[in-house]
Design a protein around this ligand. Structure first.
Ligand SMILES: [Fe+2]
Ligand SMILES: [Fe+2]
Length: 269
């Protein structure tokens, strides 16, 4: 059995440090699960896209874990396409690489190949986006008979591949089409994402779509149209042979915060 403890959206900042306080109880809970891997689905930092101090702090905190750690970047870490205020750019990508290495990773465990990739490149038109599609196709092709698990920050869609443009909330339609085409060629058993700060699990065909909840805050009004639950938590993924057991876990040790109540403090505009 190979256990992944999946966390997301910790939004840890050094100056605006409200959610840095969540790290100690979160780390204690993680260690208690005895994972083989801790994976973070992005938005590790509160504002790493503009404040290097958040990267320094987060690198130090995740360095205190006793298990291997992998992370994919979120929009608050490196910016995102279609965002005039924090666009994904060379400076932000380079900063990510300095602190956390590559923005994509893979490993084989049981009869699975686990692949993390950078959703913040999707739809950017950057050369790295094309390179990532090629890398993804190659890593899946060489996986042979293994099942595939994808990990990325944004969900591919809210309801299904033929969703309209969900704007901020999911991968845009054009890159989504490319991922859909890729997914049809392989046995994708899991797509795990963060970003929405909501807990949800849905099965479409042979694929489980898991939304990992946040370990910092939830969103009320702006997400009233979205399915899933606005709770804080994490996910335990137990891979065994070709099977996968998914457990959504609530974390009562983390105080429940609505973004609407603290936005002026943590994301002043
Ligand atoms: Fe987030
Ligand atoms: Fe995000």
């Amino acid at each position: 059995m190979f256990r992944v403890v999946q966390i997301s959206d910790t939004h840890i900042g050094r100056t605006r440090a409200r959610f840095a306080r969540n790290w100690a109880p979160l780390r204690d809970w993680i260690e208690g699960q005895k994972p083989d891997l801790v994976h973070h689905c992005g938005d590790l930092t509160l504002d790493g896209a503009d404040d290097e101090a958040d990267f320094e702090l987060c690198a130090q905190l995740v360095g205190s874990l006793t298990t291997p750690f992998r992370v994919v970047p979120g929009n608050h870490d490196i910016g995102m396409p279609r965002n005039a205020r924090q666009i994904v750019n060379d400076t932000r990508l380079a900063r990510w690489c300095r602190y956390f290495g590559a923005d994509r990773w893979f490993l084989d465990a049981e009869d699975w190949r686990l692949i993390g990739f950078n959703a913040m490149l999707l739809g950017s038109g950057r050369a790295e986006e094309e390179a990532q599609y090629s890398w993804l196709a190659a890593r899946m092709a060489e996986a042979g008979s293994r099942r595939i698990a994808w990990f990325c920050h944004q969900p591919l869609f809210i309801h299904g591949f033929d969703d309209p443009d969900n704007g901020y909330w999911s991968v845009a339609p054009e890159p989504r089409l490319r991922l859909e085409a890729l997914s049809k060629r392989f046995d994708i058993g899991l797509v795990c994402s963060g970003h929405l700060h909501r807990e949800r699990q849905a099965t479409i065909g042979d694929t489980q779509y898991v939304w990992c909840p946040s370990a910092s805050f939830t969103v009320a009004d702006a997400q009233s149209h979205l399915p899933g639950a606005a709770v804080l938590g994490a996910v335990i993924l137990d891979f065994e042979g070709r099977t996968l057991r998914v457990r959504q876990v609530r974390l009562p040790a983390l105080p429940h915060v609505w973004i609407e109540d603290v936005a002026a403090e943590i994301y002043p505009r």
